[in-house]
Design a protein around this ligand. Sequence first.
Ligand SMILES: [Zn+2]
Ligand SMILES: [Zn+2]
Ligand SMILES: [Zn+2]
Length: 420
Amino acid sequence: MSPRKSPSEVVKEINQAGGCSHPIRLRGEFINTNTGEVNQRPLMVACKDRRAVVCPSCSYLYKADAWILVSAGLIGGKGVPASVCEHPRLFLTLTAPSFGAVHARQADGSCRPRPQPPCPHGRSLQCQLRHDEKDLKVGSPLCDACFDYEGAILWNAEASRLWNRTLEQIRRRLAVCLAPGLEDNPQGFRLSYLKVAEFQRRGLVHFHVVLRLDGAGEAFSAPPSELTTEVLSLVIADVVREFSIITSHGEIAWGRQFDLSDASTLDRDDLRIAGYLAKYATKSTDGTKDFARSFQARSNITSLNGSSHLRQLALTAWDLALESEFENLNLRAHAHAFGHRGQLITKSRHYSTRFLDLRAARAAYMARQSTGDPMSGTFVFEGRGYDDPHTVEVAEFLHWLSLEAKKSAPRPEPTTGGDR
Ligand SMILES: [Zn+2]
Ligand SMILES: [Zn+2]
Ligand SMILES: [Zn+2]
C-alpha cells in the first residue's frame, strides 16, 4: 500500500488531472525536448465524461463547450459570423408517442385528476395525487401490465433514424417550395441543426433541436428570400405531424405533442436556449449513476434500487436483444439508455464549431500558459481513478469551491456575435 499523501500532494495530484474525479492513469516515458532528459512517471488525464453525476468537473467543461456550440450557431462566434442572426432559426422539441398512461406532474401540480374508465386489468387510470418533483412514481405507468415496454424500447432504438428521415423529408419539402419538382435534388439552401436527446421521466427519449437556414453557397451565406421563418415553421410542423417510417417491427412516428418556436426574436432567448441544451447534454439517462454506464450482466439491472419502471425498461431492452429480429439494434449495449442508440448531442457539419476544436483551442491555451520545458512521450493505459478513494471527495469539493467562487465574482455582460 502506498504511503498516505499530504494534503498538498493530494491537491497537486487533482490539479494535474485537471480537477477530474475519475482520471485515466497513464504510465510512460517523458522526454524533455529542450534538454533531452528522459524520466518515467505516471500521468493523470481528465476523463472528459459529459455526465455531471459521473464527473462534476469534466461535465462542467463539457457544458461550457456545449453552450458555446449551441450559441455560436444561433448568434455567431467561434468562426460563425453574427449575420446568422438574420437567418430563420427555430427551436423544435419532438416527443415520443404514448406507450401507456403514466403518473405525471402537470403545470398546476396535478397528476391525472379526471375520471377515467379502469384499464382491462381492472386498475384505475385516475390519480388525484400531487406528486413531488422527486417522487419516483412520476413517469411510471398507472398499470404496468398495460404499458407497452417492448414498443417503448423499440421506439427509442429507432428514434435517431426517425429524426434523420424526418430531416430529409423537411429538406425535400423546402426544395419544393423553392422549385416544384426538385424535391429529389434539394439545392439553393442549407438546413443546419444541433440536436440534444433527453430522457423523459417515463424513459422515452425526446429531442430538442435548434435549426437554422443558410444559403447553399459559401458557409453561413444568406438563405433564399422565399424560405422565411413562417415557411420553415409550416413545413416542419406538417412533416412532424404526418411523417412515419417503417421498421422491421412496425411503423413509428412522433408523439402528438411537439413544440416549435421562433428562436430569432430575442438574443436573450437564444442564450437561454443554449443554457437549457447545454444542461440537458450533461444529464445521464435518469439523472443518477445507476444508468450512466452500460450493463455487463442482467443481474446489474435486477439489483438496482429506485424506480421499478426504469428497471423494467432496461430489462426489456436486455431481454429483447436475445431475439434474432432485433439483433441489428444492439439493445444489450444500450439497455442503460433504454434502447436509445444515438449520441446525446449531434449536429450537422455547418451548424457551428466542433467539440474537438474547442478542446484543441483550450489545450493550446494551457500549453502557452505553461512555464516548464516542452515534453513529449509515449504512454500506456494503467487504470482509472485515484489510488486513494478519498481523493474523489476532495476533487469534488474543490470543484464545488471553484463554482462558489465564480458565483460571487462579478458577471460580464453577455455579448453577441464576434469570436468569444
Ligand atoms: Zn473527469
Ligand atoms: Zn399520479
Ligand atoms: Zn392494465
